[in-house]
Design a protein around this ligand. Structure first.
Ligand code: MIC
Ligand code: SF4
Length: 640
């Protein structure tokens, strides 16, 4: 067996391990972050279970840390008190970004992790099966229910040889993105193998598994080996080690090879993580902002590379350089070893250990300016500036460009040399900002601010439906397009009526009003609809506005699950149907519920032309029942 098969078979609850089949796996650990967490815990609370049933559940606060009003601060209190009551560890704001902290302190080889954040596969760096999902799926896992997914295909990525000094783990994943694109990982787990593995430390591996999310992959995984042992030992967690490797005769569905010694510094140009170019091909482009950090490149080693590059030098006067260390552990280490002073002396602006600019919480770049970021996503407008020009690259490329003021190839700048940082023998261990669950849960009072509104729930699926296409969109629509984040909107994550006003804001600011007025509507999408984040708000808020069905050429995995969980029917259509239907077309589904029950296709009619079309629902039996019930919560209630 390969590693993925080993991890799945040791957690298999139901189904056959054949790609394309629905399987259910047991979940050992869960993680949530604050932007998805409030909903996930409201959902968990509604299930009426006294304590989480997982081996470990952790609630992080890292997204909404600006606190421009009372909303976020209230949410943090809610999260802390509900964690204390239900047996969940609480990582306080300031302790770091969920994926970085989880890797440092909790990830465990051989186990499964379900997180309400799309970059949860970060922990796959340590031989874990780590999957991102919507908050409701995570709430179900906390309630002890298995997680349902389609048995993925397994892609073996052979890493051969050793990275040159000027290239980094980020360049490896950018190369994978160049080869596979943002939809190349859909329905797949990306499993890393080859002789190049032995040189890659766990934090470097995490850079690679983290951005597997940008491939649309179900997860990404590395073996648990000598490097895992070294990392766990340095984190004083060697007792968590379990070695896990693929069998020598393991088979894979697909295979690609990357020769690490041939890799050069790469960069994702605006505005998609798969718009990959060689850094030398865009060298010389003026840069006004450089942001280092985010869950993909904020480890101690990442920040040390930057500090070493900047030591004794200055940031270019036209560049604003920000640094967000991934965790309090990273910040403590760079302050103790003096690297923080080097960064500050060079002119870096030090931000808190949080997602920050990655999710548009401050540091929106100037108009028409290039922003160079070590992050994982550069979707249009995500930075907070309309028509932004965000490039994604390695910390080394970012650091040298911050000094020159133009995009700069580190190989060139360092004259064929590089900057490598070794994994420390010991990390500073201080878990005092991780609060353990209360020993007296019955005495914990859950604090709820006025921003926390109850979860809207829809009724059963309509027997028939006539509705207008409220919006027609192109391929690769992201959940940032559907439900934008950023400083203004993110604080409303616990308030669906309020946040729903912003649905599709950047694509069509009249959408929310139009959909609400229509009462019921349909969205027409292209390929890979809903790629990107796991935010279930991208399903919940449209559902609140009356969206009943999304017709698209194809869907991203997490978003499709979220649509089903909240009772919006995802239907797949052929390109000619997409072309034939317009925004404002009125379409009728005369036998909607009956079609779902009895056939793989749903019939619908364009009322203007009278033409009849077929769309396929691809729902499993379980999903069919959920959709008929009007969503997962109704379905569970109906069963109990
Ligand atoms: C993101 O990177 O888009 C986020 C913000 O971390 C999301 C979660 C969210 O929207 O709260 C994700 O990746 O799942
Ligand atoms: Fe936070 Fe950005 Fe990572 Fe999402 S991608 S978890 S916003 S740092």
């Amino acid at each position: 067996m390969n590693i993925t098969q080993k991890l799945i078979s040791s957690h298999l609850v139901s189904g056959r391990m054949e790609s394309g089949q629905e399987i259910a796996i047991s979940i050992d650990q869960t993680l949530t972050q604050d932007a998805t967490g409030t909903m996930a815990y409201l959902e968990f609370e509604a299930m009426g279970i006294p304590k989480v049933k997982t081996k470990l559940s952790v609630s992080y606060v890292d997204h909404n840390t600006l606190q421009t009003g009372f909303e976020n601060a209230d949410d943090h209190r809610f999260l802390q008190t509900i964690a204390a009551k239900y047996g969940i560890y609480f990582s306080r704001p300031g302790n770091g970004i969920c994926h970085q902290v989880h890797l440092e302190r909790f990830a465990k080889p051989g186990e499964t992790l379900l997180g309400s954040d799309s970059h949860t596969p970060n922990a796959g760096a340590m031989g874990m099966l780590a999957i991102g999902a919507g908050g409701l799926s995570v709430a179900m896992a906390m309630a002890g229910e298995p997680f349902y997914l389609i048995m993925p295909k397994v892609v073996r990525v052979n890493l051969k040889g050793r990275l040159p000094k000027w290239a980094a783990a980020k360049d490896i994943i950018l190369e994978v993105l160049r080869k596979l694109t943002v939809k190349g990982g859909v329905g797949r787990v990306i499993e890393y193998a080859g002789d190049g593995l032995k040189y890659l430390t766990v934090p470097e591996r995490a850079t690679i598994t983290n951005m597997g999310a940008e491939l649309g992959a179900t997860s990404s995984v590395f073996p648990s080996d000598e490097q895992t042992k070294i990392f766990l030992r340095a984190q004083q967690r060697e007792h968590d080690l379990m070695l896990l490797e693929a069998d020598i005769d393991a088979s894979y569905d697909e295979e690609i090879t990357i020769r690490l010694n041939k890799l050069e510094p790469l960069i994702a140009a605006p505005s998609s993580p798969d718009n990959i170019k060689a850094v030398r091909d865009v060298a010389g482009v003026p840069v006004k902002q450089v942001c280092i950090g985010s869950c993909v490149n904020s480890s101690f080693m990442d920040i040390m590379v930057v500090a070493k590059a900047l030591k004794g030098k200055k940031v270019h006067p036209n560049v604003s350089l920000t640094i967000s260390p991934g965790s309090r552990q990273v910040l403590s280490m760079i302050s103790e070893n003096g690297a923080l002073t080097d960064l500050v002396s060079a002119g870096a602006r030090i931000l808190e250990c949080a997602c920050g600019p990655c999710i548009g919480m401050g540091q929106a770049p100037p108009t028409d300016a290039v922003s160079l970021r070590t992050f994982n996503r550069n979707f249009h407008g995500r930075s907070g500036t309309p028509n932004d020009k965000v490039y994604l690259c390695s910390p080394l490329t970012a650091a040298v460009s911050a000094m020159t003021g133009v995009i700069t190839d580190p190989k060139e700048y360092l004259k064929g040399q590089g900057i490598k940082v070794k994994l420390p023998k010991e990390f500073i261990i201080d878990d005092s900002m991780i609060v353990s669950p209360s020993g007296e849960p019955e005495n914990v009072v859950i604090e709820r601010g006025p921003n926390i509104k109850p979860l809207p729930i829809r009724g059963e699926l309509e027997g028939s439906l006539k509705a207008k296409v409220a919006l027609k969109v192109a391929d690769n629509i992201t959940t940032d397009d559907i439900m934008p984040a950023g400083a203004k909107i993110l604080s409303l994550r616990s308030n669906i009526p309020a946040i729903s006003e912003y649905v599709f804001l950047r694509i069509d600011s009249a959408f929310a009003g139009r959909a609400k007025a229509a009462g019921q509507s349909v969205i027409l999408g292209g390929v890979n609809y809903g790629q990107g984040s796991s935010r279930e708000h991208a399903a919940l808020a449209p559902m609140y506005l009356g969206v009943k069905i999304v017709l698209a050429k194809s869907f991203a995995r997490i978003h499709r699950d979220n649509l089903i969980n909240f009772g919006i029917l995802p239907l797949t259509i052929a390109t000619d149907i997409y072309d034939a239907i317009e925004q404002e077309s009125e379409i009728e589904f005369p036998t909607l519920a009956a079609d779902i029950k009895g056939s793989p296709d749903v019939t619908f009619i364009d009322t203007k032309t009278g033409k009849t079309y077929k769309a396929s629902h691809g729902l499993t039996e379980r999903q069919t029942e959920i959709i008929l019930a009007g969503g997962l919560l109704n379905y569970i209630k109906g069963k109990s």
